[in-house]
Design a protein around this ligand. Structure first.
Ligand SMILES: C[S@@+](CC[C@H](N)C(=O)[O-])C[C@H]1O[C@@H](n2cnc3c(N)ncnc32)[C@H](O)[C@@H]1O
Length: 332
């Protein structure tokens, strides 16, 4: 991993000494400022310094104190994933887009149950933070059924614990959140009644979202943050066969099988985003894609200049500020 330039530390110190302390683990100034903001927001002032120092010592457990006071925890089995700002940013933005599309933002509460509930599958759910955020945001306005799936039993336990910690457990006719253990590459789990309920609506699955393992074996050794290498299971970062794109091919196949109307996949770089877009455009459903976008780290914050890439002759807008972080597809 390249060393950070000293000038960056000086710049960070001028903006916020606390954020400067977080630079070695966060790697860039916007992330350091964001994490420092969370720590400030959620920690009593006398404990603040302790929080920053703990995070600066690369303990990712600390960063979980945020929006829904979500999702960290070394589980009983010490299995854990770092909570990062990007999934929160794109999940919130996705929820907003879905509500706008459903007319949900203006929808009067008595109309809530008149429209069919949205169905959401979060593949490779990990801590469950994406599933939880979408569920929490959407159920305020529309009916919604969310299922998170993951291969690791520890992840499923962690996601369920996080649902309880955030008061998001329990089901009703028009809202439910569940977690199912499965290997995404097998087909057995598609017959699970909870998954079936998502896929067998009149219109198919509404949303397939995923933050899958997407780092190559080489990238993991050379570029992955130290805190991730130390604390996270490698299974969460690197696909077993070492091919960084293998999950996206499977996810595109699942999107077609489940008739997913909207998909959002986190990616590791703009180059990977372009490869995912290329695979989507050349797949069976490529012609039916009415929206194809790359979302940057903060999709809701406009970049100083409009950006785009061209893939298979189609201009793909890059929405928001920061690095290319996820691929958004919507079909007819
Ligand atoms: C990058 S992490 C997901 C992080 C999650 N979005 C979060 O923020 O907590 C990737 C997840 O994929 C899961 N995973 C790895 N291989 C899998 C497979 N074959 N099927 C299902 N899940 C898998 C890992 O257990 C891990 O929880």
């Amino acid at each position: 991993m390249p060393r950070l330039p000293l000038s960056l530390f000086w710049r960070a110190r001028r903006v916020s000494p606390g954020a400067a302390l977080l630079l070695p683990v966060c790697r860039d100034l916007p992330s350091a400022l964001l994490e420092f903001g969370w720590i400030k927001q959620h920690v009593e002032s006398e404990a603040k310094h302790d929080g920053v120092t703990k995070r600066a010592r690369v303990d990712p457990d600390w960063v979980g104190h945020r929006v829904l006071s979500l999702c960290r925890r070394r589980g009983r089995d010490r299995w854990m994933l770092t909570v990062r700002p990007e999934p929160e940013a794109y999940s919130m933005y996705l929820a907003e887009r879905l509500l706008q599309e459903a007319g949900g933002a203006e929808m009067a509460s008595e109309k809530r149950t008149e429209m069919p509930a949205l169905t959401v599958l979060d593949a490779c759910t990990g801590t469950g933070c994406i599933a939880l955020l979408l569920y929490a945001q959407l159920r305020k306005r529309v009916g919604v059924h969310v299922v998170g799936v993951d291969i690791a039993s520890e992840a499923i336990r962690l996601a369920q614990d996080n649902a309880i910690r955030n008061g998001l457990d329990g089901t009703a006719d028009e809202a439910s959140l569940s977690f199912v253990q499965c290997n995404l590459f097998s087909n057995d789990w598609l017959a699970d009644p909870l998954v079936q309920r998502l896929a067998t609506t009149d219109h198919g699955l509404d949303v397939l979202v995923s933050n899958p393992p997407y780092i190559s074996t080489d990238g993991f050794a050379r570029e992955t943050a130290r805190s991730v290498r130390i604390f996270e299971p490698k299974l969460a970062q690197v696909p077993l066969n070492g091919d960084e794109d293998v999950f996206y091919h499977r996810l595109l196949d699942l999107a077609a099988r489940l008739n997913a109307r909207t998909v959002l996949y986190e990616v590791g770089s703009l180059a990977q985003a372009e490869r995912v877009v290329a695979a989507a455009l050349s797949g069976d459903q490529g012609d039916g894609l009415i929206e194809v976008e790359i979302w940057a780290d903060s999709p809701d914050i406009p970049a100083p200049e409009e950006r785009s890439v061209t893939v298979h002759g189609r201009v793909i807008p890059i929405r928001g500020s920061g690095y290319g972080r996820s691929v958004f597809l919507r079909r007819r």
